[in-house]
Write a protein that binds this ligand. Structure first.
Ligand SMILES: [Zn+2]
Length: 365
């Protein structure tokens, strides 16, 4: 099978390189995405892996650089398509966003709605349009899709499970969503890291999570897709890069693209509380304070366990915040200075929400 993306063209038994045009600049020149295509001698699935849609999240670039090697190619069946930097503007300026789009770049993939034509609203930005084109390329060729992110310093390394939405009353769409979701579950287990579901279905649209790369690709194209969160932003810790790399190779083995048994995931904590979990921001401080965390990423907690000590600037204890849930600590947001109402811990709590559910009734109106 031959595959072209921008100036990169697959060649059987080779690693090829090129660029995919993204956004033209008013002053001339353009941002382009780096593209790597590795095609094995044997036929197999087409696996897309991307990183760096948030410009401060760098670990995924190293994972992709170190994944695609001549040794991997020798054993590879099928095709790997990799984009190590989805947001060149953000990466270049060390910003989460691209300076030419005012908003989170990982909320710009298509959502299946007809573009609005309200003259009082700005049309889709150049970046949004470019991601829409890229979505079409992914939809055409991908068997699987994997997007690499980072969450915060010292965080667990984990896979985020998207929830999938379908049109109410469309039985075929529901069945496709269930089938895609089941493959995503298997893919996540193959990764071998801690597994956490994203927010509940009801919060998906509010947070525009249905327009994140993986959610959009899984929902609209029926392609199993997974987000990995690899601990710290900016300069990566080598152990977390290695652990993600091992997990990614395990997914390729699961997909029949590499031979052999899964390799162990070492150097990061893998937490399994024995029940499915989803994320929730907790330990919202009740007064302006400096927090001292009493539980670390990876620690299992029970209802009533102390999570955070609130202190004043002089170090005097103002109060303690206790867990309202059983679960485990995923991460702590950057910094320890908080205003009232801000959450100081990201917790994985028991998930009793369905992984597949209908769009809200008014979604397509
Ligand atoms: Zn991210």
């Amino acid at each position: 099978m031959s595959l072209t993306l921008g100036t990169a063209q697959s060649e059987r038994g080779k690693i090829t390189y090129g660029e995919y045009p993204l956004v033209r600049h008013p002053i001339g020149g353009a941002d382009a995405l780096p593209v790597i295509i590795a095609q094995g001698q044997g036929d197999g699935p087409v696996f897309w892996v991307t990183a760096g849609i948030h410009g401060i999240e760098h670990a995924g670039l190293q994972v992709i650089h170190r994944l695609i090697t001549p040794e991997l190619l020798a054993d590879l069946r099928g095709t790997l398509v990799a984009i190590p930097g989805l947001n060149p503007a953000g990466l270049r300026t060390l910003q989460r966003r691209a300076y030419y789009h005012d908003g989170d770049p990982n909320r710009l993939f298509p959502d299946g709605r007809t573009p609005f034509t309200d003259p009082d609203k700005a049309p889709p930005s150049a970046l949004e349009q470019a991601y829409g084109q890229l979505f079409e390329e992914i939809k055409q060729s991908a068997s699987y899709f994997f997007d690499l992110h980072c969450i915060s310093i010292g965080s667990l390394s984990f896979a985020f499970r998207d929830r999938l939405l379908y049109r109410k009353g469309d039985e075929a769409a529901r069945q496709r969503a269930e089938a895609t979701s089941a493959k995503m579950e298997a893919m996540a287990h193959a990764y071998g890291h801690t597994l956490i579901a994203d927010f509940a279905v009801s919060k998906y649209i509010d947070e525009k999570l249905h327009r994140a790369t993986t959610a959009s690709i899984a929902m609209l194209a029926g392609i199993p897709a997974l987000t990995a969160e690899i601990s710290s932003s900016y300069t990566p810790a080598r152990a977390t890069v290695n652990a993600s790399l091992a997990g990614l190779r395990n997914i390729l083995r699961w997909a029949g693209m590499l031979p052999g048994d899964p390799e162990p995931i070492t150097g990061v904590k893998v937490v399994d509380p024995g029940y499915p979990t989803r994320r929730r921001s907790v330990a919202r401080v009740t007064t302006a304070c400096i927090v001292h965390h009493l539980a670390e990423p990876g620690d299992l907690v029970k209802v009533g366990d102390p999570l955070v000590e609130m202190r004043d600037a002089w170090g005097r204890v103002l109060g303690i915040l206790y867990s309202e849930y059983d679960g485990f600590v995923i991460s702590c947001p950057p910094g320890i200075l908080y205003y009232p109402g801000e959450a100081s811990v990201l917790l994985a709590i028991r998930d009793d929400e369905p992984l597949v559910g209908p769009y809200p009734d008014t979604f397509f109106d």
